[in-house]
Design a protein around this ligand. Structure first.
Ligand SMILES: Cc1ncc(COP(=O)(O)O)c(C=O)c1O
Length: 358
């Protein structure tokens, strides 16, 4: 079977599995099930007339508002058409140079690097040691690279690399003129791990963000990049004019201001993660050391039956995310979203059924 590149495509999976009649709960997309915030639809309706004019090409108001919230200068902030555009802009910045990618990681870093003819070196982390960075290997490779792409919290593992290790890489990178591009698309779920304060200390740091995940707005396309003024100026020169639509730009500050929605998300996530961990321990499943709204799963007792487990879940109405296109995993685990309590309970009941059929 030719597995899809990304999660969140239940109709395509149904076609591939020739089971178009099957009702499934989509656990393959890692979006916040509490979102979008209730007020969003009304706000979009109210602001729809913004579509009748070109957006301000510099997004002055929203850029300033986001910079203020992140406590950085306006000149260090660039609004983007989702996190995806930020990834491609970052790759363009290093066009033709040498990049390192730490895997398993979101597949678009590699695609963007290839698109801009970067010479890519792969580094692998492993479930055996909780996906820790191979620090010695990375520090040794750093002088020969222009940029490292890292995902923190990482997709697909949910693991957060310790801040101390990032600082070590940045300090060494400063010495060797190597940049770190760190994708923080999921950091909204663990804001204490945000690396924004490090921007002051490390001009070789480029941070990428997405509003897609926390606020469940994959169709709106909204993200941003934070870096030194010099880097942002150059990135701006590559960006397609009016890349971010007027509605997305108008909505960005309102989303970030909604603290109650985010607090509610933390409460839900804490409770559900706790329950999942208990279940995994009790029924002998591997669950990655996640800090966010998804995790990797594998049956410890049948580690080579992940594909059978995928099919079993599907037949029972649960669509998981395969990991065939994540280097270092190559299909060995499933990635599952943490969804509403009711949906998670359904998943756990089906996993229990899987266990009991042994
Ligand atoms: C780690 C990571 N970064 C960036 C993106 C892209 O996000 P966006 O929808 O904002 O372009 C994704 C989407 O799955 C992702 O998983």
């Amino acid at each position: 079977m030719k597995w899809p590149e990304h999660g969140g495509q239940p109709d395509l999976m149904k076609k591939l599995l020739q089971a178009e009649e099957q009702e499934v709960l989509d656990f393959s997309a890692n979006l916040n099930p509490l979102g979008p915030p209730e007020w969003l639809q009304g706000e979009l309706e109210e602001q729809w007339e913004k579509l009748l004019c070109y957006p301000d090409p510099n997004y002055t108001f929203s850029t300033s508002a986001l910079a203020w919230m992140e406590r950085i200068h306006d000149e260090e902030m660039l609004l983007t058409n989702g996190g995806a555009e930020a990834i491609f802009l970052a790759a363009k910045y290093f066009e033709g140079k040498r990049a390192g990618i730490v895997h398993p990681a979101f597949s678009e870093y590699e695609r963007a690097c290839r698109h801009y003819h970067l010479q890519v070196t792969d580094f692998l982390t492993s479930p055996v040691d909780d996906f820790r960075l191979p620090m010695n290997q990375l520090l040794e490779a750093l002088p020969d690279l222009d940029v490292f792409f890292l995902c923190r919290p990482n997709n697909p593992t949910g693991v957060v690399i310790p801040k101390a290790e990032i600082k070590m890489l940045l300090a060494q990178g400063l010495h060797n003129h190597t940049f770190l591009v760190i994708d923080e698309a999921f950091v909204d779920f663990v804001p204490s791990e945000s690396l924004t304060p490090l921007l002051k200390e490390f001009p070789n740091l480029i941070l990428l963000r997405s509003l897609t995940k926390m606020y469940t707005i994959p169709g709106l396309r909204l993200g941003y990049m934070m870096a030194s003024e010099a880097v942002i100026n150059e990135m701006k020169s590559f960006q397609v004019p009016w890349s971010v639509n007027a509605l997305a730009s108008a909505i960005a500050p309102l989303l970030l201001r909604d603290r109650e929605f985010v607090e509610q998300t933390f409460r839900w996530l804490d409770g559900q993660t706790w329950k999942l961990r208990n279940f995994a321990e009790r029924y002998d499943f591997y669950l990655s050391n996640t800090s966010v709204n998804f995790y990797l799963l594998k049956d410890n007792r049948s580690p080579d039956k992940t594909e059978t487990l995928f099919t079993f879940l599907y037949q029972n109405g649960i669509l998981a995310r395969h990991t065939h296109n994540f280097k270092g995993l190559d299909g060995s685990h499933l990635r599952l979203a943490i969804r509403s309590e009711e949906e998670n309970d359904k998943l756990l009941a089906i996993l229990k059924k899987w266990r009991e059929r042994d």
